[in-house]
Design a protein around this ligand. Sequence first.
Ligand SMILES: C[S@@+](CC[C@H](N)C(=O)[O-])C[C@H]1O[C@@H](n2cnc3c(N)ncnc32)[C@H](O)[C@@H]1O
Length: 210
Amino acid sequence: MTASSGESAGRFYDGLAGDYELVYGGEWERAVDQQAAALDRLIRNYLPHGRSVLDCACGIGTQAIGLAGRGYRVVGTDLSHGAIDRARHEARRLGIGATFDVADFRDLSDIDGEFDVVISCDNALPHLLEPADVLTVMQQMRDKLTPAGLLVVTIRDFDRALREWPPIAPPLIIAGPQRRILVRLHDWDEDRPSYTLRPSCSQSVMTAGT
Ligand SMILES: C[S@@+](CC[C@H](N)C(=O)[O-])C[C@H]1O[C@@H](n2cnc3c(N)ncnc32)[C@H](O)[C@@H]1O
């Protein structure tokens, strides 16, 4: 599977939506809490009166749900229908009030209103492979901000990745009665600084002693 721009990213995250908590080693709710605490600190520091948040790559709601739980008025949007369905489900399950809608962050014009804070967290922007698309998204995010608003974009340290070209992300151990290991291979393209992500999850099938 390739997680690149446009439709293929949407399909990739549709397929991942039901299992997305595995990205957090099965401790998704803890990540929701920790990330909301960190974002809340950041927002209070830079924009003490900021109360409304647009999360324009919200996925299953990792940041959006935690921020809504801390009292922010949150709208979460994402390209993936599957991720948005799961975000709605998780918000209902946790008793959190937030609005979720499908939208490509290259065109946020259907999203009503302006927001004190616009966020795109955990490496959503690098799905765009064309520099012009990155510029478009930055303009779209700016257009959804109030005049003194705050933009928060978090991405992987790609300077380091391009020094090391790691073939694999650190494996994640998923605890439980049937312990699983999530492995994410990074299949780097030969002609440009991009990779195809190949996730694979398995239960152990052989025990080796030392
Ligand atoms: C690594 S996930 C992070 C999701 C969420 N912020 C989190 O931390 O759980 C990247 C997200 O970016 C979304 N995405 C990729 N391209 C997009 C686009 N063009 N417009 C909106 N969302 C996009 C994907 O669907 C996916 O949900």
